[in-house]
Design a protein around this ligand. Sequence first.
Ligand SMILES: [Zn+2]
Length: 268
Amino acid sequence: MAKQQELLQPSRCNATSSRDGYLYESCRSCSGNKGQTLGEDLPSLRSPADWQRAIAQTLAEPAWAWLLLGDAAHRPGWDAPAAVQAALQRGRDLARQVRSSFPSVRAADLALALGAHVARSDEPPEVGWRQRRSQYSPRTCEITLYTRSLLALTELAVRFGLGELFTTAALEEAALAHEIYHHLERPPQSAISALHRRAWLRVGPITLALREPAIDEISAHRFAQELCGLVLSPAVLDLLYLHSSPQAAESLIQQAANLPVGGEKPKE
Ligand SMILES: [Zn+2]
């Protein structure tokens, strides 16, 4: 049997957020599929209602998950469709399990019940090129919400016709839920990305495998959506944040429209 060794080095994909809740830096297009597609007749995106309809049509599950995965979807050495499906299922199942034990409990109280502390920060959310929305510290079991970032996301949601769905309160609940997932996913060896590692290098009998952090983020976003009862994934706002000009957002929606129905691996 081939000996496997995990390399805990960061993915080269820059379309990933980390367990500390950074928003996404960039997202390369998934393109090339010529089969049946979603949203072939995109509306003219002139009003918030148009945006809302287009986003709901094309950035629904699993399109958002594939867009978050970005470049990693095309890398060799792993079964990306299986990993995405497993991540979505794990997030959904874990949220239902938690909800069955803690029905109607707000996320902040749920965090406390599960042994995590919640803090709010009005510090500037920018760290270098990154924007912090929320983060989780495994060392202290503390979740930090960056209020300025949440307000900026609220404004973004309004701009794209999603203001009724993603209010500031709803975004705070979703951000807390996202970090609660990371709290529950300790230790890292039990994370879904550890179960779906990608073979990076094979030398004789030795296989060096690494994790794709985006898989954990997909699972955390799915957990948050299920726990908060949202009809659209909060991940959509992360994607729109990266494509916050109307032209860039339209490009994002076009990318999503070219993803295969059912979320099969996009072909290059
Ligand atoms: Zn995360």
